[in-house]
Write a new protein. Structure first.
Length: 119
């Protein structure tokens, strides 16, 4: 087997112009339907994890001087962070369902065209 020939073909395919096929359009629609939910989940999840971490640091005395007031405030902030982390997934599921509902008709129609073209 000539590996140089395979390597040359792989590089040529990388630079060849890509046609906008229906499969690529279907993938873009699928990504568009899921992107709002994914962006929210990652952003909100990271933010609430940081809130939880700050609360833990305050309650353990790592930051804030280690007094009783800092511990109480840290516990409250930590609980807010835990609640935020806990509700992240249900909110994600609702946003994902909303995005899927919004683009369902277009995706089903395009998928049907792809399936019909293969037959």
């Amino acid at each position: 087997m000539n590996t140089d020939k395979l390597y040359a073909q792989a590089i040529a395919n990388e630079y060849a112009p890509k046609d906008a096929s229906k499969v690529i359009a279907l993938k873009k629609l699928d990504r568009k339907a899921k992107s709002k939910a994914n962006i929210f989940a990652y952003t909100f999840g990271c933010l609430m994890t940081l809130v939880l971490g700050v609360g833990m640091c305050l309650s353990m005395g790592v930051i804030g001087g280690g007094g009783l007031l800092a511990s109480i405030i840290g516990a409250v902030i930590g609980i807010i962070g835990m609640i935020g982390v806990g509700v992240n997934y249900p909110i994600y599921k609702k946003l994902l369902e909303s995005g899927k509902r919004k683009y369902a008709f277009e995706i089903i129609q395009l998928a049907g065209q792809i399936v019909d073209a293969d037959e």
